[in-house]
Write a protein that binds this ligand. Structure first.
Ligand SMILES: Cc1cc2nc3c(=O)[nH]c(=O)nc-3n(C[C@H](O)[C@H](O)[C@H](O)COP(=O)(O)O)c2cc1C
Length: 205
């Protein structure tokens, strides 16, 4: 079995079990049609009041200058590996409802939901996505003139994962490490906080 495949306690969709966030990317470009479909998948995510608070800035390696501008909005540790990916995306969230300027408490949640849709679409297409919170929001505001009440929140490196055997040791180690998760009983409670729900103490056969 693939070492990165989730060792699930209960059956889940194959593509969810197979998705993981690589550090090593191949330099193969991503077809434009696939990039469009990734954003289309994000577009159809659910959102609170259908506000669709997500916005994206995208740069591909075909345009090295634009790619460098987006790369410069990541923290250095992320730049070090993300520069290998053929596509970089900055997720920018609108923190206020457009119609009444009230704070949208679901905005970041909904940016995450859109990312979830994008990840599923990417996985089906044989693409990998590595999300990043390690960005420089102030730099992004300056570089792209991001308006007030919008905040650069996360970034994504997108492409085809590299063969770990061809990676430098530090990246190889991370891309060959098994994926870890807390068991269901540690985060699905019933009755009171911290008490595992009996529902999840059983496993599906
Ligand atoms: C919102 C978000 C922010 C993340 N930020 C970073 C980051 O800045 N740098 C990084 O190397 N990985 C980052 N990751 C990747 C996580 O470390 C990774 O998803 C987690 O370890 C689980 O691994 P898996 O995606 O391979 O299952 C981020 C993931 C998410 C969802």
């Amino acid at each position: 079995m693939n070492i990165k495949q989730a060792a699930t306690d209960n059956p889940i969709l194959k593509l969810l079990a197979e998705r993981w966030s690589p550090y090593g990317f191949d330099d193969r470009p991503v077809p434009e049609a696939d990039i469009r479909s990734l954003f289309e998948a994000a577009r159809w995510a659910a959102s609170s009041y259908n506000e669709q608070p997500w916005n994206y800035l995208v740069a591909t390696k075909d345009n090295p200058q634009e790619f460098e501008r987006l790369l410069s909005c990541l923290v250095e540790t992320n730049q070090a590996w993300a520069k290998a990916a053929p596509v970089l995306v900055l997720g920018v969230v609108s923190l206020q409802f457009a119609k009444n300027k009230q704070d949208n408490r679901a905005a970041v949640h909904d940016l995450g939901l859109a990312a979830g849709n994008l990840l599923v679409e990417a996985t089906v297409r044989g693409l990998s996505v590595h999300q990043m919170i390690g960005i420089l929001p102030d730099k992004a505001r300056e570089v792209y003139h991001i308006p007030e009440h919008y905040e650069a929140w996360t970034a994504m490196a997108i492409g085809y994962k590299a063969d770990p055997a061809k990676l430098a040791d530090a990246l190889k180690e991370r891309d060959l490490a098994p994926r870890q998760r807390r068991p269901l009983g540690k985060f699905v409670f019933a009755g009171q906080w911290g008490q595992p729900s009996l529902l999840v103490l059983k496993r599906n056969a």
